[in-house]
Design a protein around this ligand. Structure first.
Ligand SMILES: Nc1ncnc2c1ncn2[C@@H]1O[C@H](COP(=O)(O)OP(=O)(O)OP(=O)(O)O)[C@@H](O)[C@H]1O
Ligand SMILES: [Mg+2]
Length: 325
């Protein structure tokens, strides 16, 4: 059951598809909980299952991918709901109203044939039952909130008339339009120039502070996490391998994969960058024991036998590594 401090609790989530009549897991036995008002970072290399985890929360997974487990969400003033089991009507009430999402593909997430104003107004009309005129007035305010110049003019534009950074601001405006208690931001800055990246992150954090929503921030970039997140989960090949308050991840990284990610970050001037050797195994060819073993500098025979459990090694600090058992 969701404890009183939880906003979202993912409990033993498995995401899989069938290939040659066998289950292929892209996310395995994932459990984590998000607290109100926190920024929770979800980090890992490309293909490790970050986006699929996020999509499963709103049941937007590709049809072939099946979820198992529980995703409990606590809407304001209401008992927890298992999002994997609620009827579609309830889910429509949650999507966009209580949980906002910024999708990974900013260039394709806006509909090219509708104006910006119409696209911001749509969830407001649906969730709040206001008129189109009132919704467009709110759209102008939202564009002001995300610092788009000349908002009255911009609501009449089509997506192709805006730059990538401006489109991402519009995506943020849509995601926060109904003041959700949880925002899922999937790589919100990856497609943007470095200077614009910083502006968008600052804007997101400013809105978060003001509105009090919780944020799941998905990124492959640990340096973004160091500046924004309260807690972080490091994913590797569909599993959480380490989870901790953000300071602990940087001061006491304990899984060899986390250490590798930190060593490949340009944190200090003049320090040699060491990339992690090898590549992530495909979901159809996962090793039997620890999934990271073929890239791990500490590998011993036991690593290839069973996958270690995620163990709490210090308060709130969990690690999945044989050296910590
Ligand atoms: N429609 C699909 N059918 C089968 N497998 C899929 C499908 N979509 C994604 N996958 C697989 O699911 C796994 C997880 O993908 P996901 O998109 O969640 O990764 P990610 O961590 O978000 O990566 P990135 O950093 O590149 O966005 C990958 O191995 C991917 O190949
Ligand atoms: Mg992704």
């Amino acid at each position: 059951m969701l404890n009183h401090a939880g906003l979202l609790q993912i409990d033993s989530l498995n995401l899989y598809y069938y290939a040659r009549h066998k289950k292929v897991h892209i996310v395995s036995n994932m459990s984590l909980s998000i607290r109100p008002y926190e920024v929770f970072g979800l980090v890992g290399e490309s293909g490790c299952g970050k986006t699929m985890t996020a999509l499963s929360i709103l049941r937007l997974l590709p049809r072939v991918i099946k979820p198992e487990g529980k995703i409990l969400f606590c809407p304001p003033d209401s008992p927890p709901l298992d999002l994997l089991n609620v009827p579609p009507r309830t889910l429509n009430q949650i999507r966009g109203k209580h949980i906002g999402m910024i999708f990974q593909e900013p260039m394709t997430s806006l509909n090219p044939v509708f104006t910006i104003g119409t696209q911001i107004a749509e969830p407001l009309i649906f969730h709040e039952g206001i008129t189109k005129k009132e919704a467009l007035r709110r759209a102008v305010q939202l564009l002001e909130r995300v610092k788009i110049p000349e908002p009255e003019k911009t609501i009449k534009y089509y997506p192709h008339q805006l730059s990538g950074g401006m489109r991402q601001r519009v995506m943020i405006a849509i995601a926060i339009s109904c003041t959700p208690s949880l925002l899922i931001a999937d790589e919100p800055t990856t497609a943007l120039d470095v200077t614009i990246q910083a502006e968008i992150l600052d804007l997101l954090m400013e809105i978060k502070e003001e509105s009090g929503m919780a944020v799941i921030l998905i990124t492959h970039d640990l340096s973004i996490i160091s500046e924004t997140a309260d807690r972080v989960a490091i994913m590797y090949a569909g599993s959480i391998v380490e989870m901790a308050p953000v300071e602990r991840i940087f001061s006491e990284p304990s899984h060899p994969y986390t250490m590798g990610l930190l060593e490949s970050l340009p944190l200090e001037r003049g320090r040699k960058l060491t990339p992690i050797p090898g590549t992530v195994p495909s979901p159809e060819e996962l090793p039997r024991g620890c999934k990271f073993s073929n890239r791990c500098r500490f590998r011993v025979v036991e690593c290839d036998i069973v996958e270690p459990p995620l163990k709490e090694v210090a308060p709130e600090h969990f690690v999945r590594c044989i050296r910590k058992i």
